[in-house]
Ligand binder design. Structure first.
Ligand code: ATP
Ligand code: MN
Length: 483
């Protein structure tokens, strides 16, 4: 028999093949023993549920059983039988157990007891072996798969935009530099600055903050495209919503105006939620219970009104609220926390940038629904957003989610060459360096739109995890890149 002729626990739980001889492989979660028998709960990551192995000390040598401690990896062969105990329909009567990898119980850091998420972040190399992180990463996988399913079904093409780029035209944040120069002793120009002409790309380069600009080039050829890749921001944001390395999904569509863009974004977000509800039931149920448990320590009035799955269903089944920035400012001005000076940043006049406290007020207190906010002042948005007739606002769209704040940022793009160039000049963005971007407006320009969904924020929303560091396997944040 080939080594990997094993059956996944998920398959066994789907089929309960009573009477068959099978081999399982997985990691011990717990072991209980009495004189006559040992019960080993095995998990192989294919599903959250453990599978019970029953080991008779007359068949399995004592020294082997001794090594079946929490964290050890086992290969177990035996017969599937109807379970005697409650809690499972079948179990495996072990005929042989091979310890593939021992785990010294004195040293193995994961014990059957509950560990805090903070502690588990310090052992991120092992935390995927817990129920919580197993659930999170299975849901994350399902959502990633659903992204491709959704766009493929709609005839969008997946474009791989570059990870190394030569400009931060978007101004989305601080960038990480990419260089092969000797940083201790870089070549200098006559004027004394670092001579990037001698660098690998013969110019300054950095890790991308967004695939949008390249995505636009693709959309103006293939009509409807999306990107799904890593993006990097060296912003020093130590929040529960920011990573230095995160994954972004950026659809970009020719022939879409701002309303088409919002329609697509709303439909897409609902699709992802429904996909998880349909395909991740056990994991979501576990995560819902985890949240309920976590909330027991909170005062009653701070607990959420809905369980995780009800919250997901609510968002998937109800229309998002659509309002303009101007309407939002009016609501915020009149709001209690503004009047009572409870906001850290008070809203006094039109033009103010919205902070996450304002976004969360609108979504969580005022509307109690996801909100699509449109038509922001041009001063607080990027140069490429399409200018509205009023001369003050642009066709921007942010989507705000309960518990998360901004989950999507997008816009209709400025397709008119003269207006685009004027705006770039106003903002001091070098038009000559951006010649390739401007060529799309020079040749065969057309209305087009797009948006960016922060994938980890979406995984946070669906799993209910409070900290973004707990929905990516190896989080990169300021001062943190160990694993
Ligand atoms: P924020 O104001 O929350 O920092 P942003 O306005 O900088 O977000 P965009 O540049 O519009 O965000 O990026 C598009 C999407 O990418 C955001 O809506 C969000 O979901 C996600 N995103 C942005 N920055 C980060 C980050 N540092 N970590 C994780 N996700 C992010
Ligand atoms: Mn940001």
């Amino acid at each position: 028999m080939a080594f990997n002729k094993r059956v996944k626990i998920k398959t066994i739980l789907d089929q309960h093949p009573i009477g068959s001889e099978i081999t399982l492989m997985g990691w011990v979660r717990t072991k209980r023993s009495n004189k006559n028998v040992s019960f080993i709960a095995l998990n192989d990551g294919s599903i959250i549920t453990n599978y019970q192995v029953v080991a008779d000390p007359n068949l399995i040598a004592e020294d082997i059983l001794k090594k079946c401690t929490t964290g050890a990896c086992l290969k177990v062969s035996g017969t599937v039988v109807e379970s005697q105990g409650a809690g499972q329909a079948s179990e495996l009567n072990a005929k042989s157990i091979e310890v593939l990898g021992e785990a010294d119980p004195e040293k193995y850091p994961l014990q059957p007891k509950k560990h805090s998420l903070e502690f588990l972040r310090e052992i991120a190399h092992l935390r995927m072996r817990t129920n919580t992180f197993g659930a999170v990463f299975r849901v994350r996988h399902a959502l990633a798969f659903a992204v491709h399913q959704y766009f493929n079904d709609k005839g969008f093409f997946y474009i791989h935009t570059p990870i190394i780029t030569a400009s931060d035209a978007e101004g989305a944040g601080e960038t990480f530099k990419v260089t092969t120069l000797d940083i201790a002793n870089p070549p200098r120009t006559e004027a004394g600055s670092v001579d990037f002409k001698q660098d690998f790309f013969e110019r300054e380069a950095n890790l991308t903050v967004s695939g949008q600009l390249e995505g636009e080039l693709a959309a103006l050829a293939l009509s409807e495209i999306y990107t799904f890749g890593p993006t990097f921001r060296a912003e020093n944001s130590n929040t529960t919503r920011h990573l230095a390395e995160f994954w972004m999904i950026e659809p970009e569509m020719a022939f879409y105006d701002a309303e088409d863009n919002a329609d697509l974004a709303e439909d897409f977000l609902k699709y992802l939620i429904n996909y998880a509800l349909k395909n991740c039931q056990e994991d979501l149920q576990f995560l819902e219970n985890r949240l309920l448990d976590e909330e027991k320590s909170k005062p009653a009035d701070q607990r959420s009104e809905m369980g995780l799955m009800d919250k997901l269903k609510f968002v998937a089944e109800n229309e998002f609220v659509r309002i303009t920035y101007t309407e939002a400012i009016e609501i915020l001005k009149r709001s209690k926390p503004n009047q009572k000076k409870k906001f850290q940043f008070l809203i006094e006049e039109w033009g103010a940038d919205l902070q996450s406290e304002h976004e969360r007020f609108l979504v969580e207190k005022h509307f109690k629904k996801p909100v699509i906010l449109t038509d922001y002042p041009k001063e607080i948005k990027s140069f490429y957003m399409r200018q509205n007739e009023d001369g003050k606002t642009v066709a921007a769209m942010d989507i705000l989610f309960p518990g998360i704040g901004e989950i999507v940022g997008g816009s209709q793009r400025e397709e008119r060459m003269d207006l685009l160039v004027n705006r770039m000049e106003e903002l001091g963005i070098p038009t000559d360096e951006m010649w390739w971007f401007l060529d799309t407006r020079r040749f065969g320009s057309t209305p087009h739109s797009g948006f960016g969904l922060g994938f980890e924020r979406m995984v946070q929303f669906v799993t209910g995890m409070g900290n973004i560091r707990d929905v990516i396997a190896f989080p990169r944040t300021p001062g943190n890149a160990e694993f």
